[in-house]
Design a protein around this ligand. Structure first.
Ligand code: PLP
Length: 401
């Protein structure tokens, strides 16, 4: 296979992000295809026995088995790493495979993790249930309280784990402060950047160590495949993540990797337009709903921080209509916007987190993290903003607002 400039860091590092998004990681075969090839192959063959022996000994480059390497997956990993400004990236089967690998690859019994209280339901499950089962202590805090991060540190604290903006309450974490604190104490920060992606926010630029992704969301962007990724230093990836991944196998299918690779070409365009639509829709309904949680609006407690550390505030916001009955009435009255718990899609999708994405938590835990019974979360898509405003307007009216 011919190595083109897309895999040559000396060249690709000089490219600006828009160029990296469409060309970074391109690794052409001898056929010279324009669009990246899909290598649906689990295994590889060798011209002679010494070649494979050298590859297994780590003395020669080349593929050996798709749990270890795959050309299509390698293209995705290189493109994500370039866009993120990371030394290295490894793709995973899903966002949760990425979060699990990013945490378990570096933690051992006796370690302590500080995590954000407001988080995707399964991320909270890792903190509340999985890690403690293996003797790893966890504390959950209000991630918007800078002093709470410092107060939660113990001598055995190894990792800070948070999302920003967080799912579904849109809590914004002070990246510079929290990552700086972690650095000064030798703690590794793992940032779940699914709501923003590198198109809108690059946590490594603020001192984060590891960025973990659900690529199912904005990166695919069209609601097709499950995918994930972990980005970090070459040392973190080679010494901690790779041994974990290669031996436990949370690998992405080459097909799914290919779909996401193509999605990345338009990521920035989609993320910016969807962010614009989200601000416009939020402004249009802000005065009609009892409580708005939208980092792109001045009413958000950390609006200024959000617009400073992000390029744009993303496609997702939430609002509270008071009760589950009113929330359901609003959802049921929608004609264009779909009822769906997915996010990052080019379609506008809306859901009731307390009965869906966060239904697995206790009512008390939901209440504590702000997932109230009247909370609705919306992913704003690429439709015409006037149609979205019209649909939301008529649904609010039918629900009595
Ligand atoms: C969706 C999501 C995940 C999980 O990703 P999957 O691809 O569904 O496994 C993790 N974190 C956040 C913030 C998410 O939105």
């Amino acid at each position: 296979m011919k190595k083109t400039t897309g895999m040559d860091r000396a060249i690709t590092k000089r490219w600006r992000p828009a160029t990296q998004a469409v060309r970074g990681g391109t690794w052409r075969s001898e056929h010279g295809e324009t669009s990246e090839a899909l290598f649906l192959s689990s295994g590889y063959t060798y011209d002679d026995a010494q070649t494979v022996a050298d590859r297994f000994a780590g003395e020669a480059d080349g593929m050996t088995y798709s749990r270890l390497q795959n050309p299509t997956v390698a293209m995705l990993e290189e493109r994500i790493a370039l866009m993120e400004g990371a030394e290295a990236c490894r793709a995973q089967a899903s966002g949760m495979a990425a979060m699990t690998a990013a945490l378990l690859c570096q933690l051992s019994a006796g370690d302590h993790v500080v995590g954000a209280r407001a988080a995707f339901g399964s991320c909270r499950w890792l903190l509340d249930h999985l890690l403690p089962r293996f003797g790893i202590e966890t504390s959950v805090i209000d991630s918007t309280d800078n002093a709470a991060w410092e107060a939660a540190i113990r001598p055995n604290t190894k990792v800070f784990f948070f999302e920003t903006p967080a799912n579904p309450t849109l809590d914004v974490v002070d990246l510079e402060c929290v990552c700086g604190l972690a650095r000064s104490k030798g703690i590794t920060t793992v940032v779940d950047n699914a709501f923003a992606t590198s198109a809108l926010q690059r946590p490594l630029d603020f001192g984060a160590d590891v960025v973990a992704y659900s690529a199912t969301k904005l990166m695919d962007g069209q609601g097709r495949v499950l995918a994930g990724a972990v980005c970090g230093s070459q040392q973190f990836i080679d010494e901690l993540l790779l041994p974990f991944q290669r031996n436990t196998g949370p690998n992405i299918s080459p097909f799914n990797a290919w779909v996401v690779l193509k999605g990345l070409e338009t990521l920035s365009l989609r993320a910016l337009r969807q962010s614009e639509n989200a601000v416009a829709l939020g402004k249009a309904i802000e005065d009609r709903v009892p409580r708005m949680l939208h980092p792109g609006l001045a009413s958000h407690p950390r609006h200024q921080m959000a617009v400073t550390q992000m390029v744009a505030t993303g496609p997702i916001f939430a609002f509270d209509v008071g009760t589950r009955e009113k929330a359901f009435a609003l959802l049921d009255a929608l004609e264009l916007i779909d009822i769906s718990n997915n996010i990052g899609d080019a379609r506008s999708l809306m859901c009731h987190p307390a009965s869906t994405t966060h239904a697995g938590m206790t009512a008390d835990a939901r209440e504590e993290m702000g997932v109230t019974e009247g909370l609705l979360r919306i992913n704003v898509g690429l439709e015409d903003i006037e149609d979205l405003v019209d649909d939301m307007g008529q649904a609010l009216e039918k629900a009595g607002f």
